[in-house]
Ligand binder design. Structure first.
Ligand SMILES: Nc1nc2c(ncn2[C@@H]2O[C@H](COP(=O)(O)OP(=O)(O)OP(=O)(O)O)[C@@H](O)[C@H]2O)c(=O)[nH]1
Length: 233
C-alpha cells in the first residue's frame, strides 16, 4: 500500500487513529497500540523486553522505538533477541522525543502501518518513547493506551508531585522495587500518593530484574487486548 511520507497527518488515515477501531483496508482489525513513556532510565526498554519475552509465544507483537539520534533502544532489543529483527523498528526523532509521540506523529504512524503491512495481522504494537521528563504523553492519534514508567530510584515523592504521565496514564508502572531498601523509598507512601493522583486508574509495582517481575504489566495488557478485540470493530 501507499505509505505517507509527508509530515502532515492526513485526515482519515487508512487504519484509523488511536482510539478508533476502524479496520484496515482489508477488513481486519488493526493491532492494539500501546505507548510506553517516562523519564530517562526508569526501565521503559526493560519493560518492553520483558513484555515481549512473556507474551511472544501467545501473541503476535511488534515494537517501535523512539531515540533522539541513535537506534540504541532498538539495538538493545535486537541484541537481547526479544523478537525477530523484522518486528522491531527504530524511529530517530532527531529532536525532543515529545514531538514524535505527541505533535508530529507521522514517523511513528508510518512505522506502525509499515509493520502491519509487512508482518500481517498483529495483536499488539508497543511504542516506546525516548527517555524524557514527567510530562511526556502520547497523542491519542498514535496509541490506544499508554503506560508511564517511573522508578523508585527517582525519588518516592514522584507520584505525589503528579504531572500528566503520573495522573492520566492508563497504567502507571513503578519499577525497580528491588532498589527501595537501598534508596530509602517508601513503597506504601508511593502507592498511597499514586492512588490519590489517579483514583481508580491502575498502578503496577515491578522489579524487572526478577523472574516474573513483569507479570502485573503483562496481565494488564492481556486485559486491554481482550477488551479491544471483544469491542465491535
Ligand atoms: N535494579 C533494577 N534495575 C533495573 C530494573 N529495570 C531496569 N533496570 C536497569 O535500569 C537501567 C535503565 O533501564 P532501561 O530499560 O534502559 O530504561 P529506559 O527507561 O528504557 O531508559 P532510556 O531509554 O535511556 O530512557 C538498565 O541498566 C536496566 O538494567 C529493575 O527492576 N531493577
Amino acid at each position: 500500500m501507499h505509505l505517507h511520507h509527508s509530515h502532515d497527518v492526513p485526515e482519515g488515515r487508512s487504519y484509523g487513529p488511536g482510539g478508533s477501531r476502524s479496520p484496515r483496508p482489508d477488513g481486519r482489525r488493526r493491532a492494539l497500540r500501546i505507548g510506553l513513556g517516562g523519564p530517562v532510565g526508569t526501565g521503559k526498554t526493560a519493560t518492553v523486553a520483558a513484555l515481549c519475552r512473556a507474551l511472544r509465544d501467545e501473541l503476535s507483537i511488534a515494537v517501535v522505538t523512539n531515540d533522539i539520534y541513535t537506534r540504541e533502544d532498538a539495538e538493545f532489543l535486537l541484541r537481547q533477541a526479544v523478537l525477530p529483527a523484522e518486528r522491531i523498528r527504530a524511529v530517530e526523532t532527531g529532536a525532543c522525543p515529545h514531538t514524535a509521540i505527541r505533535d508530529d506523529i507521522s514517523a511513528n504512524l508510518e512505522a506502525v502501518e509499515d509493520l502491519e503491512d509487512q508482518l500481517g495481522p498483529l495483536d499488539v504494537i508497543l511504542i516506546e518513547s525516548g527517555g524524557d521528563n514527567l510530562t511526556a504523553t502520547f497523542s491519542k492519534g498514535l496509541v490506544d493506551a499508554q503506560i508511564f514508567v517511573i522508578d523508585v530510584a527517582g525519588g518516592d515523592d514522584i507520584p505525589r508531585k503528579g504531572g500528566p504521565g503520573v495522573t492520566t496514564s492508563d497504567l502507571l508502572v513503578i519499577n525497580k522495587t528491588d532498589l527501595a531498601p537501598h534508596v530509602g523509598a517508601d513503597l506504601e507512601a508511593m502507592a498511597r500518593d499514586a492512588k490519590a493522583q489517579r483514583g481508580d486508574l491502575p498502578v503496577a509495582f515491578t522489579a524487572l530484574k526478577t523472574e516474573g517481575g513483569v507479570t502485573p504489566v503483562s496481565d494488564w495488557l492481556r486485559e486491554r487486548l481482550a477488551a479491544w478485540t471483544s469491542a465491535p470493530a
